[in-house]
Design a protein around this ligand. Structure first.
Ligand SMILES: [Zn+2]
Length: 130
């Protein structure tokens, strides 16, 4: 049976255009003195991540590995170039990192709950004088 390669010319171009690759964001379980995020660019994400796991390719992730700090690729921008990498690096990780964003939202929610319980006398009754 004949196999049909269902791929558009544009996709084919993108596949072979070496300037195009992936920008990826790594989130560390615990921060290092240099922070808790790493942004990188690669044309082969799988290979690059495997390289980082083995301690090659980035000093920062090597330090994380050596300190026993777990890390995960939390975001990937496809069809990206090094300009994209630069623009991602200039952004605040608190905004672009889904893990940190969720954590910040949870902290804000807890604070709000605390404020509500403090201002609601039925939840937080003052002690009665003896
Ligand atoms: Zn993060």
């Amino acid at each position: 049976m004949e196999k049909v390669l269902r791929i558009s010319l544009l996709a084919l171009f993108e596949l072979h255009n070496e300037a195009m690759g992936y920008v990826y964001l790594v989130h560390l379980e615990k921060p290092l003195p240099g922070g808790r995020h790493y942004v990188g660019y690669t044309s082969d994400l799988e290979k690059r991540v495997a390289l980082h796991r083995s301690g090659e390719g980035a000093k920062f992730l090597k330090q994380a590995n050596e300190a026993g700090i777990g890390w995960v690729v939390v975001r990937v921008w496809m069809n990206a170039d090094t300009d994209k990498e630069k623009s991602i690096k200039s952004m605040s990780a608190r905004i672009i990192c889904p893990v940190c964003k969720a954590k910040a939202a949870e902290i804000a929610r807890q604070k709000k709950l605390l404020q509500v319980s403090r201002s609601d006398p039925s939840v937080h009754k003052p002690l009665e004088a003896a």
